[in-house]
Write a protein that binds this ligand. Structure first.
Ligand code: PHE
Length: 410
């Protein structure tokens, strides 16, 4: 059984909002949201995404925080405790396991994509002056074709993540979030201003907000719903793990509302900034996962002060990704610590190593193993689909049922 040590708690309510927002805001907002909006036809995707965030995302965010706070343990331990309390079927433990396993899988590809950003951060110091759109696309393809470079950056990012998680909860995670999140917000505002002044913000607004119900297809609905889970970190034990460090006084409703608002705001703003550049340069909105890396360097190359704004932007995105990856590692690690008595460092090494190995397969799926297809999908697409379109909605549904009908009222 889990050991019943008293848990450390966040230093204040704001600290909890900050770390939860830190988990929610990440590559999902800045990398994934824009490219998925692009590949799913723009406004139709945005519309369903907004509906899913408000009708499914926010309530689930509350439910998951509540589970964590009541259980006061890692996701599996939390479920075990609440099941015992309610005298419910042991099968509900699935919520905990889907969470920690899903988080491991997401971490594997998350770290590879964060590696792309590290590479671009390094490049941005030299600036992107006189870059053409053809070169921008070619640069990105060249990166994908280079397994060694992908794996090195992936390794670096995994080490960064493991280092913070190994150093403990409140000290490492909390401190990092306080400065970087507001700074990221400020720089996205700057990009929006650039989009208004020097790119095509009108076209971006039309693309994202000219709602046309007829364009909403089934595939778009599934993608948008999956993304709502992904961007709010739902169903993967992350929120549950963070909620377990939350004290009894904090209002969960208000917290969930703030977090969702900040998360959605950042995503919409990042989308607008990127599509303004896409349309100003006649780029293809549906170009896929490389979208931000094929567009933003063009803007940084042309805007005044781009040599400063570029590196700053990429560094802040790395930070946002980092605070999310920490929350992807924490649930499995706290499970290993509390269930098997591992030291925090040993837990981080085992979990990190597993995710790192899987990440290597992801990195290779862009080059050497690009021919490997499972169920018609490449490795990266397979892991993304498995987590965002299957595991997260399933965990979400189970959490809703458990909290609504099974859990004991107090
Ligand atoms: N929400 C994070 C993002 O948008 C990703 C994430 C998913 C983090 C699931 C934790 C759990 O980047």
């Amino acid at each position: 059984m889990e050991t019943a040590t008293p848990r450390t708690h966040w230093s204040s309510r704001w600290a909890f909002i900050l770390v939860t927002a830190g988990s929610a805001i990440g590559l999902g907002n800045i990398w994934k949201f824009p490219y998925m909006t692009g590949t799913n036809g723009g406004s139709a995707f945005v519309l369903v995404y907004l509906l899913c965030i408000s009708c499914i995302g926010v309530p689930l965010l509350m439910a998951e925080t509540m589970l964590g706070r009541r259980g006061q343990a890692n996701p599996v331990g939390t479920m075990r405790r609440l099941i015992a309390e309610a005298g419910a079927s042991r099968a509900w433990i699935a919520i905990g396991f889907i969470g920690i396993l899903g988080a491991l899988i997401i971490l594997s590809f998350y770290s590879v994509v964060a590696g792309w950003i590290l590479e671009y951060a390094a490049r941005s110091f030299a600036g992107f002056a006189s870059l053409t759109r053809e070169q921008a696309s070619a640069n990105f393809s060249a990166l994908l074709a280079d397994p060694l470079r992908l794996i090195s950056w992936h390794t670096a990012f995994m080490l960064l993540t493991g280092w913070v998680v190994a150093s403990g909860v409140t000290s490492g995670i909390e401190r990092a979030n306080k400065i970087m999140m507001p700074a990221l917000f400020a720089i996205i505002v700057l990009l929006i201003i650039y989009g208004i002044v020097a790119a095509d913000m009108g076209a971006a607004l039309r693309f994202m907000f000219h709602f046309d119900l007829g364009a909403v297809r089934r595939e778009v609905v599934l993608s948008a719903m999956g993304h709502a889970f992904f961007t709010l970190s739902l169903g993967m034990g992350a929120i549950m793990a963070y909620g377990s460090y939350l004290d009894r006084e904090t209002s969960i409703t208000r917290t969930a509302f703030y977090v969702a608002l900040a998360d959605t705001g950042i995503a919409l703003m990042a989308g607008l900034a990127i599509f303004a550049i896409v349309f100003a340069h006649g780029l293809e909105p549906a170009s896929g996962p490389g979208l931000i890396l094929q567009t933003l360097p063009l803007a940084f190359g042309q805007m005044p002060g781009g040599i400063v704004v570029g590196p700053l932007f990429f560094i802040l995105v790395i930070f946002a990704a980092w605070t999310s990856s920490i929350s992807l590692m924490e649930p499995f690690c706290s499970f290993l610590i509390e269930r098997f008595g591992l030291s925090r460092r040993a837990a981080v090494v085992s979990m990190g190593f597993a995710a790192w190995l899987l990440g290597i397969a992801v990195a290779l799926s862009f080059n050497e193993w690009s021919g490997v297809k499972i169920l018609g999908l490449g490795i990266f697409d397979l892991l993304d689909t498995l987590t965002t379109k299957i595991m997260m909605p399933l965990a979400g549904l189970l959490i809703a049922l458990f909290v609504g009908w099974v859990m004991h009222r107090r």
